[in-house]
Write a protein that binds this ligand. Structure first.
Ligand SMILES: Cc1cc2nc3c(=O)[nH]c(=O)nc-3n(C[C@H](O)[C@H](O)[C@H](O)COP(=O)(O)OP(=O)(O)OC[C@H]3O[C@@H](n4cnc5c(N)ncnc54)[C@H](O)[C@@H]3O)c2cc1C
Length: 393
C-alpha cells in the first residue's frame, strides 16, 4: 500500500538534511502524529523515518467507542455486547449499546494516514529508513540511518521497546490469530464479540479466546496468553490449531494471520529524547489496549507542537489508574490461577458503563470504588503487603 503519493519516498541515499521535526517510526503512533500535524497543515518540515517498504493489513484495532471520535469514518465493525466466561461454563453477555466495541482494520488506518499526509507537502514519509542512533548535537538531534543522517530541531521516537526494556515487563500479552472465511455461513451472533471466553490455564499461563464475528461466514479468532515470558508465533501455533479444531474451523480458509507480543507493565524508558507509542508506555498495563491512548497523545502532541514548537512525550496513566493496574498485574503475576476468576468478575460488572469508563481511562472515583468492591479482596491485600515488604525490607 504505497499508492502514487508525491511526498512518500522509498529508500534513497541522502546527504545530511536539516528538518524541524523527525518522527522515528511510521507505525501507529508515528503515523497518528503525522496525520494530526497534516490536519493542522503544518508548514514545518517533518520527516517520518520508517524501515518497512510497504504497509500490510497486519493488525486489528478494537476499542470501546466514545461519541463522535475522530476515526469514526474508519470503523468497519461495531458490536453492541461482549461475551466472556471460564472454560467449561456457559459464556455470559454484557451489553454496551452506548459505547459499542469497534474495529478499525490497520489497512484502512494506514491508507487514511497516507492520504492525509500526502495532502501536506511539508511532511515526508521516508520508507526503508532504519534509524540506528539518536544523539544530541548542540542545538539539534543527530539521527543516523543506514541511508543518511538528519539534523532535527525536535524528535519523537516511536520505535518499539528495546529488548532490554521489554525484558522488564511484568507480563506479556502474547496472541496468535487469524481472519477466517468458512465455505458456508454459520449462525454466529454478529452483535456480540467474544472478548475473553474459554478462560483457563494453559501450561501454567492464563489463556483465553478472542473472537470478532465479521460476517456470517467470516471471523477473526485469536488465542491469547497473559504470560510470564514472551511466546513466539511458532510457540503458539499448535495450541491455536487446536482451538480451530475445537471450534470446527480447521478446514476454513485463512485470509490473514496476526501475532502480538505486547508488554504489560513496562517501566518507563530513561531516554534523553521523548518517546511515544508502546516504547513510551502507551499500552494500558492490565489490558494491552493502546490504540485510543495513542490517538489522544497524537492530538495533544500535534496541538502543542503547532502552538509552542515542541513535542510531547507519551503520557502515563493517571495516578490511581497506574496504581490499580500495577496491583492487578502483581496479583496475576503472583497467582496466575486467579486470573480467570478476576477477569470473570471484572467483565461481569452489572454496571457496564463503569467498566467501560475504567477501560477507556475515564473512570471517576466511584467507578474505581465500584470495581475494587466487586473483586475478591484477599489476593489484593496479599499483593499489597508483599509489594510493600519487597520495597521496604
Ligand atoms: C496484532 C496486534 C493487534 C493489536 N490490537 C489492538 C487492539 O485491538 N486495541 C488496542 O488498543 N491495541 C492493540 N494493539 C496494541 C497497539 O495499539 C499496537 O501495537 C500499536 O501498533 C502500537 O503502536 P506503536 O506506534 O507503538 O507501534 P507500531 O505500530 O509497531 O510502530 C512502531 C514502528 O517503529 C518502526 N521501527 C522499528 N524499528 C525502527 C527503527 N530502527 N527506525 C525507525 N523505525 C523503526 C516499526 O517499523 C513500526 O512501524 C495491537 C497490537 C498488535 C501487535
Amino acid at each position: 500500500m504505497t499508492a502514487p503519493y508525491t511526498n512518500i519516498y522509498k529508500t534513497a541515499l541522502e546527504p545530511t538534511r536539516r528538518v524541524d521535526l523527525a518522527i522515528i517510526g511510521g507505525g501507529c503512533a508515528g503515523l497518528s502524529l503525522a496525520r494530526e500535524l497534516a490536519a493542522r497543515q503544518t508548514l514545518d518540515s517533518v520527516v517520518i523515518l520508517e524501515p518497512r517498504l510497504q504497509y500490510q493489513d497486519d493488525r486489528s484495532w478494537c476499542f470501546w467507542s466514545t461519541p463522535h471520535h475522530a476515526l469514526a469514518h474508519l470503523v468497519s465493525h461495531t458490536w453492541s455486547s461482549w461475551m466472556f466466561g471460564k472454560q467449561g461454563e456457559q459464556s455470559k453477555t454484557r451489553g454496551c449499546t452506548n459505547n459499542p466495541y469497534q474495529y478499525i482494520r490497520s489497512a484502512d488506518f494506514y491508507r487514511d494516514c497516507l492520504d492525509r499526509i500526502s495532502e501536506c507537502p511539508s511532511i515526508e514519509l521516508k520508507l526503508g529508513f532504519t534509524v540506528t542512533t539518536i544523539n544530541r548535537q548542540n542545538d539539534a538531534w543527530h539521527i543516523e540511518t543506514g541511508q543518511g543522517s538528519f539534523l532535527a530541531k525536535q524528535v519523537i521516537d516511536t520505535r518499539p521497546p528495546s529488548p532490554n526494556q521489554l525484558s522488564q515487563a511484568n507480563l506479556y500479552q502474547c496472541f496468535l490469530g487469524a481472519e477466517i472465511q468458512f465455505d458456508h455461513g454459520i449462525h454466529t451472533n454478529l452483535s456480540a464479540v467474544e472478548l475473553m471466553t474459554d478462560m483457563r490455564m494453559l501450561e501454567g499461563e492464563f489463556c483465553f479466546t478472542y473472537v470478532l464475528p465479521l460476517a456470517q461466514d467470516r471471523l477473526l479468532i485469536e488465542l491469547t496468553l497473559f504470560a510470564t515470558r514472551p511466546y513466539s508465533a511458532e510457540d503458539l501455533a499448535e495450541d491455536f490449531h487446536q482451538l480451530l479444531v475445537e471450534r470446527g474451523l480447521a478446514q476454513s480458509t485463512i485470509i490473514r494471520t496476526e501475532y502480538g507480543n505486547l508488554p504489560m507493565g513496562l517501566p518507563t524508558s530513561q531516554n534523553e529524547h521523548p518517546r511515544a507509542g508502546i516504547g513510551g508506555g502507551a499500552l494500558r498495563p492490565s489490558s494491552g489496549y493502546g490504540f485510543m491512548r495513542i490517538q489522544r497523545w497524537a492530538a495533544l502532541c500535534a496541538e502543542q507542537y503547532c502552538k509552542q514548537g515542541n513535542v510531547l512525550a507519551q503520557t502515563a496513566s493517571g495516578f490511581w489508574l497506574q496504581k490499580m493496574d500495577q496491583l492487578f498485574l502483581s496479583v496475576i503475576q503472583r497467582q496466575p490461577t486467579l486470573a480467570p476468576i478476576l477477569f470473570d468478575k471484572l467483565l461481569g460488572q452489572p454496571q457496564t458503563e463503569r467498566f467501560i469508563r475504567f477501560m477507556n481511562d475515564r473512570a471517576n472515583l466511584l467507578d474505581y470504588l465500584y470495581i475494587v468492591v466487586s473483586l475478591p479482596k484477599t489476593p489484593f491485600i496479599q499483593a499489597l503487603i508483599s509489594n510493600f515488604l519487597r520495597r521496604h525490607v
